[in-house]
Structure formats: C-alpha cells, structure tokens
Design a protein around this ligand. Structure first.
Ligand code: GDP
Length: 534
C-alpha cells in the first residue's frame, strides 16, 4: 500500500479510470478498422468510416501525405481520447511501418498497455513480432485481438499455440469463436458465459448478446446449429483443460495475454475487447526518472515529451510536442518548468486529441496525452514539472543504421537546408551530423524509407529540393569520456568526427574494424550506440 504522505494521496478516481494504450500490428491486420470501431463505441464518431474519410481529406493536401497513402503506411502518429463506459481511453497511434522502429519505440514509452491485432488467417507476422519484443522490454500488458474471423482463418488452437510459442507468452482465451469464415456465427464469451452473435447485415451494429447459463443451456440450440454446438462444447472443454485461466496479475505483469476473437469490420468482438482493457488493463503507471520515480497520484504535475511533430498545420510553422502526463491534475494556463533549460513555460494553449480533432484542453490528468504547440523549445525526452528538477529516463536515441550525405539542390540554399535538417533532427525524424571536415551534412536513419520521407518533407515544407548521396560511413557512435581523452581522439581522427544537432561528438564509422580500433587505442573513451535524449 502507498503511504498517505501529503504528496501521495490515493489515486484520484479521474486517474484510476484512464487507460492509455497503443495498437501494435502487422500492416493490413486491421489496426485502422479497429481504431474506427473504438471511436464508434467511444461515442467519438457517429459512424465508422469517418477516421478514414478524414484521413483522406487531409492526405490530399500534400505529396508527402500522398506517399503515406500510396504506400499504405502511417508516417505520422497521433493520439486520440474518448470515453467508454466509466473509462477514459487514450489511444496513441504507432507508426505502422518497420522503417520507423525508433519512433515506434518512443511512442510505446508513453503508454501503459498495448493491443496486439493479428489476422486470423495469418497469425503472428514479422512486424507483430518486432513490436511485441519492444513491448516486452517494458513488460507492457498485452491484449490480443484476433481479427477477420469472418474469413477463412486458422484453427483456434493453432493460433493460440503460435502466439505462445512465437512470443513466449501465456495466452488465455477470453472468447471462443463459433464456426469460421462464412459459417462464423460469433463467440462464446468465456469470461461472462454469454453468447455474442454477429450481425452480418449491419456492420456498424453492436452485436447481440444472449445471456445463457453455461454451455449446457438448452437455449444455445436456438442460436447455434447442432454440429457447431457440439464442436464448441468440445473445444471449450479442451481449452479449459489445456490453456491457462485468466490471471489478472499475470496480465498486468505482461506474462499473459487474453485473446478475443472478432471481426473489426463487422464491429464484432470490439466491445468485449474494450471491456477487457477497462477491466484488466493498467491504470496510469509510475514513470522512471532521475533522481526519483514519479507516481501518477502526486499532486504536482509532471510530464515528458515523447514525440514532436512539425508542420502539422502548414499555415503555421508551429510544432506540437506530444506530452504524456506522468502525474497530477493539469489545468490550462499552468506554469510549468522546462527542466532542461530551467525556464518557466506557460502552457496556455494545450491541445487534447479528441477523436481526430484538435481541441483545446482545459484540464488533463496523469495518463493523458496533451499537445503543446511551441517554436522548438520542446524536444523529445524533455521533462516538464512544477519546479522540481526531475529527468524522465528510458527514452533513448538509437545509432542510425544507414547514412547518406545530403545537399541542397541549389547550393545557395545551404543555410536553409541546415535549418530544416536541425528541425527534423529535433523532431526525431533523422539523425543529422555535421562532419568536422568537408561541407554538407550526413543524415542517418534506421530504415531506408526514412530518406524518402525526409526528402519529400524538406521539399514540401521548406521548398528545398535536396539530393542524397552515398556516404563512406555506415554508422555512428556517440563519444564520451574525460575531455583530454576525447580531444586526443578528435585530433587524431578528424576525418571520422562529426557533431550531432545537440553539438555532441560522434565518431563516424565505415567498418566494425574502426570501432574496434578506437576501443583498443583509446581505452578511456566510450563509444555508444544509444544516447539518452537530453
Ligand atoms: P491496417 O493496415 O492494420 O490499418 O488495416 P486496415 O484496418 O486498413 O485493414 C486492412 C484491410 O482488411 C482493409 O481492406 C479492411 O477493410 C480489411 N478488414 C479489416 N477488418 C476486417 C475484418 O474483420 N474482416 C475482413 N474480412 N476484412 C477486414
């Protein structure tokens, strides 16, 4: 139990009702469709389809957005808040493409749980697995939704086995599908012993729930054909014998995932999944920070920036910093301290992301995501408090795996290019290094597609055509150590040295051999592949 120190009251009900989560999935599994249905049940939109329609209206605006559409990937992440029953859900969108792993990683630092969507015919796919591993690093509770049950899908036991074996997590069925493909009727709800029947005629209609008294209830025969009923009874009996039962504590610890079967496009199984997230999902969790951890119930407000998005509105050259509130009750107009610069900051126009629309936030609580428009003061990893010097930890920057030189198409525009690059570096869209020797910049990314995205954004948002060119370097390491040792390394290896957008020294490498040589020759210097965002 928490002690009742003045700054540690019980968790306020407003915080306790919050569930902040992300959806992870392989492209095409149904993340967008499921998001729409969440919003539908959350009462945030009247009719499903609006998220997409809205998205398309937005996308026509620019080539960059068009690229997003053509490739079927979502480059920009956003957050959405909506109420469901007594809960307030905050859904943080993760960029879907594998090329954006770093961005995704940081997004997952802002949530307390994840929904894993898999396609019932395909099971665990490569991207699901990667994202799952990231969730595991933080022991995030996972809720699984097996989608597209209205199509021919795999055997239920096979799907569950595959998740258990591939992801090394216990799986407990929260529902059990009845029939599949064209014969898919609905599910037997194993938590509440209810029958949930899918309505194929109206895709937006809430499924019909039929109260029954267990699997022997004669009422079942009125809804389920004899052979499907026998199959259901046998399978559920087997599942109850062979598979673990729901253990809420194991779910919270990330060792067990409950699985629901459904069809997002038919709005089926979604409500049950949402009930599950509400009932078994975690409340806002404590946040690791230096020199001490932050608890959500602390009366003082604190939060951290996990994402910065520039030029969301091309008419205004503003940036929005996405802040996850770690503690307290935030009210509009509050003065917070920007810990990195030690400067006060009046947060007068925060934005709450209510179902795809930006809306002014009058108040927010620990667990919520707010957007703070700013002119570049707020960077990824920054902490905001009511004065205390706290630094949220665990938001790393990764060494890029691909490097290219970049030049402005028009050499007179080099200064403009520098400004654009610095902005994208601060946004976390790429690493930018200024080599000590030579002109131009080196841009580093984790996935090749990021070069394309960066190129089109610089052209679109700054009117600057750019050229990428091959670089002799393949990776970079941040250099730290005693000043004398670092200076010695720099002076003897100028052709390998660059500075990142914070001015920190990096060692640009061609081969692993370069790194080995530095380790051997400069034992006092440390080379690292990650840097904590400062
Ligand atoms: P995302 O890439 O994960 O966001 O996937 P989408 O939500 O865009 O869905 C990919 C495709 O699968 C789309 O054509 C959807 O209409 C379709 N889809 C989504 N859910 C279902 C479902 O429950 N059943 C069927 N048959 N198709 C679905």
């Amino acid at each position: 139990m928490l002690d009742a120190a003045p700054n540690r009251p019980d968790l306020p009900a407003e915080i306790a009702r919050r569930r902040t989560f992300a959806i992870i999935s392989h492209p095409d599994a149904g993340k967008t469709t499921l998001t729409e249905k969440f919003l539908l049940y959350g009462g945030a939109i009247q009719m499903a389809g609006q998220v997409r329609a809205k998205g398309e209206a937005r996308r026509t605006r620019s080539d960059f957005m068009k690229m997003e559409q053509d490739r079927g990937i979502s480059v920009s992440a956003s957050a959405m808040s909506f109420d469901f029953k007594t809960f307030r859900f905050n859904l943080v969108d993760t960029p879907g493409h594998s090329d954006f792993s770093e961005d995704t990683y940081r997004t997952l630092t802002a949530v307390d749980a994840a929904v894993m969507v898999i396609d019932g015919a395909k099971g665990v796919e490569s991207q699901t697995k990667k994202l799952f591993e990231v969730c595991r690093l933080r022991d995030l509770p996972i809720f699984t939704f097996c989608n597209k049950m209205d199509r021919e899908s795999r055997d239920t036991f096979e799907i569950i086995d595959e998740i258990q074996e591939n992801l090394a997590i216990d799986v407990t069925p929260a529902s059990w599908p009845i029939g599949m493909g064209r014969d898919f009727l609905g599910c037997y709800d194993l938590i509440h012993d209810r029958l949930e029947l899918m309505d194929r005629a109206d895709r937006n209609k809430v499924a019909e729930t039929i109260e029954i008294k267990g699997l022997d209830d004669p009422k079942l025969a009125e809804h389920v054909s004899a052979h499907l009923l026998v199959q259901l009874q046998e399978e559920v009996e087997m599942a109850r014998e062979l598979l673990p039962t729901l253990d809420p504590q194991a779910v919270l610890e990330g060792h067990m995932t409950p699985i629901w079967f459904g069809s997002a496009i038919n709005s089926f199984g979604v409500k049950e999944l949402m009930d599950g997230i509400g009932e078994y999902g975690p409340e806002p969790q404590p946040q690791s920070a230096e020199p001490r951890q932050i608890s959500p119930e602390e009366t003082k407000v604190s939060g951290f920036v996990f994402k910065v998005q520039a030029n969301m509105d091309p008419k205004h050259r503003d940036r929005v910093a996405f802040v996850r509130l770690a503690s307290g009750h935030f009210r509009r107009g509050m003065k917070l301290t920007h810990v990195r610069s030690k400067k006060p900051m009046a947060v007068s126009n925060p934005v709450l992301f209510l179902a795809a629309d930006r809306e002014l936030a009058e108040e927010a609580w620990a667990g919520d995501i707010i957007g703070i428009p700013n002119h570049g003061q707020l960077r990824i990893g920054d902490t905001l408090t009511e004065g205390e010097t706290l630094k949220v930890t665990g938001i790393p920057s990764f060494a890029p795996e691909l490097l290219q030189g970049v030049r402005a198409g028009d050499p007179m525009k080099a200064k403009h290019l520098e400004k654009a690059l610095m902005q994208f570096a601060e946004e976390g869209a790429a690493k930018v290094f200024k080599p000590m020797i030579g002109s131009g910049f080196i841009v580093g990314v984790v996935g090749a597609l990021q070069f394309e995205v960066l190129g089109s954004r610089i052209e679109l948002e700054y009117g600057l055509p750019v050229r990428f060119e091959p670089s002799q370097f393949t990776s970079a390491r941040w250099v730290t150590g005693p000043k004398a040792a670092v200076d010695k390394l720099i002076n003897a290896n100028k052709q390998h040295i660059g500075h990142d957008n914070d001015g920190d020294v990096v060692y640009l490498t061609r081969l692993q051999w370069d790194i080995d040589r530095v380790i051997r020759d400069y034992p006092d210097v440390t080379l690292s592949a990650t840097k904590e965002m400062m």
